[in-house]
Write a protein that binds this ligand. Structure first.
Ligand SMILES: [Zn+2]
Length: 228
């Protein structure tokens, strides 16, 4: 059994008397068997091809250049899964722990197991409750035209503070301009908005957070935000 960087699996499928090298796509669970004697062709077409759901070397290189580097317990995952209409592009890729990635895909499969094959999935709804956007005050770089917003790093749920205007980010509410770290550098793989439940705990740690209108800032942050 082996696994590639996108979480697709390779192994042997036992089918009656025969046993064949098989690829299982983590998105949708499709199985593709390697015909006996055809290992090279199988690898060329199904493993090292550029199609979006196979091991895609071009996309993997783009992801590595963008700072998305999964370690042993992580995958390159499509934030909006391909089976839910997500695009096979680096903008839709993020780094996720294996359990989260496969867990979400499994939930999608279970939820939709009764629908006929090929039925389009039109929306993925996070079930963690309403998300909210909180501000820790004005941005020290942009002054009163920017706001320091509390978001969570997608891959490990760590809270960070970002300004959508100048794209600076901090580990805690900034007191001045003492460091310049871009959002993409601090959160490779993107950020997400916290849920109201998560905010309750964070408000204890960071006094003085105020809720802001999401629509005012959402658009400016869209390139960094992953859907779940
Ligand atoms: Zn700013």
């Amino acid at each position: 059994m082996a696994e590639d960087i996108f979480g697709d699996l390779y192994g042997y499928a036992f089918d009656g008397e025969t046993c064949a090298l098989t690829k299982v796509f983590c998105e949708g669970g499709e199985r593709v068997a390697c015909e006996p004697g055809d290992v090279v062709e199988f690898l060329r077409k199904r493993v090292f091809s550029d199609s979006p759901s196979a091991f895609d070397s071009r996309l993997a290189h783009e992801a590595l250049s963008a700072g998305l580097r999964p370690d042993n317990g992580e995958h390159l995952a499509f934030a909006l899964p391909l089976i839910a209409g997500g695009s096979p592009s680096v903008e839709n890729l993020t780094v996720e722990p294996v359990e989260l990635h496969l867990g979400v895909l499994a939930q999608l499969s279970l939820t939709n197991s009764a629908t006929p094959d090929g039925t389009p999935i039109t929306a993925v709804v996070a079930n963690e409750g309403q998300t909210v956007l909180m501000s820790a005050g004005d941005c020290p770089v942009c002054a009163d035209s920017g706001a320091v917003l509390l978001v969570l790093v997608h891959r490990d749920d760590r809270p960070i503070f970002v300004c959508p205007l100048c794209e600076c980010s901090w580990d805690r509410p900034p007191r001045g301009v003492d460091e310049i770290v871009g959002i993409a550098d601090r959160a490779p793989g993107g950020v997400r908005f916290p849920t109201s439940r998560e905010i309750r705990d964070l408000r204890e740690q960071h006094k003085g957070l105020t809720e802001v209108e999401r629509s005012d800032w959402e658009g400016l942050l869209s390139e960094h935000v992953r859907v779940r």
